[in-house]
Design a protein around this ligand. Structure first.
Ligand code: 5GP
Length: 180
């Protein structure tokens, strides 16, 4: 499918399924290299809802030992980042002294990830790193240090591969960009 429509808005294919797979392979290589010799526990923390497909695909390409945790944050409504931060599901485990790798679908303004990183740091982990499938550097101006970036994109609204528009379109196997 080259074009999809949701709520009368037209989206065109931007990153294909095959391209996503190449991005995942590149990220997995970098993440595996970084954590292969770490002796303490590593915990991958997926930020729901958007990153659930990315997380599921990425972890199957990783070859070191780690635990998986999920948190749920609400920060976006419709096509706008609200800047509000609401932790709907918190970490269920102790992370003190452990290495945390946050898995995010997309960094837009960077506010969500910035606030979550602060929360995680309060719990005294051994380290905190961020892996994001997509990043909009023109929006966040690199105020956030993203350790592993799948692909940088322009500041357009995207859907698919876990990313939604008002709860829909998460199941698309490619990433689609809003046509203007
Ligand atoms: P930020 O706080 O960085 O502005 O926004 C982070 C969250 O907003 C992401 O985790 C994601 O859920 C949502 N978001 C940001 N940009 C987009 C986008 O282009 N499309 C969709 N569907 N969600 C986005």
């Amino acid at each position: 499918m080259e074009i999809v429509t949701y709520f009368d808005k037209v989206f065109s294919l931007f990153i294909s399924k095959d391209e996503i797979n190449e991005i995942l392979n590149k990220l997995a290589l970098e993440v595996n290299k970084t954590y292969q010799d770490v002796n303490e526990d590593v915990i991958l923390v997926s930020i729901l809802d958007g990153s659930f497909i990315f997380m599921a695909d990425l972890v199957r390409k990783l070859d070191f030992e780690f635990d998986i945790e999920f948190v749920k944050i609400r920060s976006y409504e419709g096509m706008e980042s609200t800047g509000d931060f609401e932790l709907l599901l918190n970490l269920q485990i102790e992370i003190e002294g452990k290495h945390i790798l946050i898995i995010e679908d997309i960094v837009d303004t960077g506010l969500t990830i910035e606030k979550f990183i602060d929360k995680v740091k309060e719990m005294n982990p051994a380290s905190v790193k961020v892996c994001s499938l997509l990043s909009k550097p023109e929006v966040h101006n690199d105020i956030i240090n993203i350790d592993f970036v799948g692909r940088e994109i322009p500041p357009a609204f995207v859907i698919g591969y876990g990313l939604d528009i008002d709860g829909k379109a998460r199941n698309l196997d490619g990433i689609y960009q809003l046509e203007i």
